[in-house]
Ligand binder design. Structure first.
Ligand SMILES: [Zn+2]
Ligand SMILES: [Zn+2]
Length: 353
């Protein structure tokens, strides 16, 4: 038997005992060793998004140890430490976008054989398709591997914008997506990362973690002025928006981006945005949406992110601020939900701690 968390909507999370799942053909069973509480998990928790398929399981930023192999799985062994690409990103495998390896854009994303697919990181065991498993070198921790989901979102956003070598960029937000993104951009040649947060503590952590060169706290400074001041009045080549939710931030991004520049939106907004189209038009600002990740030029972006990690070009440790056992998942979510008082960036649930 194993323990797993079921989500009933809002703050109603229940730990249930159930039978350990079995790896079907082409699948891998793994013991979950670390699973991050993502901002998208909090959308349901905060009641911004209501799901009808109650109750559900979640936890898509995860890593573990192989505990069972389904029929036909080759090249993997029980006991190997693995990073796991999230199952809700699986495409149907058949449509034009899936054939082009752009499975994150599949209209049936997260569905296979008529069944909704999702990773269950808030669970002692989970099963996934073998192609979503990557063996970890010994020096990549389970927490770092669980963060690869965030790093891969950053790799995808970076792949979509113009070359950043020698460029100044801005990041709006100071959560895990912002901090992992900043490290990816620095590793790929961005000369200056200016990070805007709402709390001094997280902005300082971003700089200490090597995710940003300079930072601004929106309560203390005019953040547009701060970005312009950091770029000789011109604005940055690319502004990455990572907050989303109920905030209004795309117009601010337009104002801090240089003429002819790009905005990359990674934050999932749950409200319409007000943008001054005349200003965006005059400056010919490109607004891009960056949704999760899949592959780029034939390489899976999850693998690209893991390669950067293995090469020592990323610094995951300071981003993971809290750990909780599965039994304490309610506290883990409460701490992740109230970052202002907890100081949390990424909270990890450790089901086998
Ligand atoms: Zn996530
Ligand atoms: Zn498809």
């Amino acid at each position: 038997m194993m323990k797993t968390a079921y989500f009933y909507g809002g703050k109603d999370i229940r730990i249930v005992e159930e039978v350990i799942p079995v790896a079907g053909p082409g699948e891998v069973l793994f013991k979950v060793m670390s699973a991050g509480v993502c901002g998208s998990d909090l959308h349901n928790y905060r009641g911004y998004r209501v799901r009808e398929d109650v109750p559900w399981q979640q936890g898509h930023e995860l890593s573990g140890v192989i505990a069972g192999l389904g029929e036909g799985v080759k090249g993997l062994k029980i006991g190997e430490r693995v990073g796991v690409e999230a199952e809700h990103l699986l495409g149907c495998g058949e449509c034009r976008l899936c054939r082009d390896d752009q499975y994150h854009l599949c209209a049936d994303r997260g569905m296979r054989h008529g069944v909704r697919q999702a990773s269950h990181g808030f669970s002692q065991y989970d099963v996934c398709v073998a192609e979503n498993v990557t063996v970890l070198p010994d020096d990549v921790s389970f927490d770092a591997a669980a963060l690869v989901d965030c790093y891969a979102c950053g790799v995808h956003a970076m792949n979509r914008v113009p070359d950043l070598a020698g460029q100044s960029v801005a990041i709006i937000g100071a959560g895990a997506i912002a901090l992992t993104l900043g490290q990816v951009l620095k590793a790929n040649g961005a000369s200056q990362v200016i990070l805007i947060g709402t709390r001094e503590q997280s902005v300082e952590l971003a700089i200490a973690a090597g995710s940003a060169d300079i930072g601004g706290v929106s309560a203390d400074v005019d953040v547009v002025e701060a970005v312009l001041a950091g770029t000789g009045g011109e604005g940055v080549a690319v502004t990455f928006e990572t907050v989303g939710g109920q905030s209004q931030l795309i117009q601010q991004a337009v104002e801090m981006t240089r003429r002819g520049g790009t905005i990359s939106v990674l934050g999932l907004f749950t409200k319409p945005q007000t943008v001054d189209p005349a200003m965006a038009m005059e400056r010919e600002i490109a607004i891009q949406w960056s949704n999760s990740f899949s592959s780029w030029n034939g390489e899976r972006e999850f693998a690209t992110a893991l390669e950067l990690l293995k090469a020592g070009q990323l610094n995951p440790e300071p981003i993971v601020t809290h750990h909780y056992g599965l039994e304490d998942i309610e506290e883990a979510f409460a701490v992740a939900d109230d970052k202002r008082s907890s100081g949390a960036v990424r909270v990890m649930v450790v089901p086998h701690g």
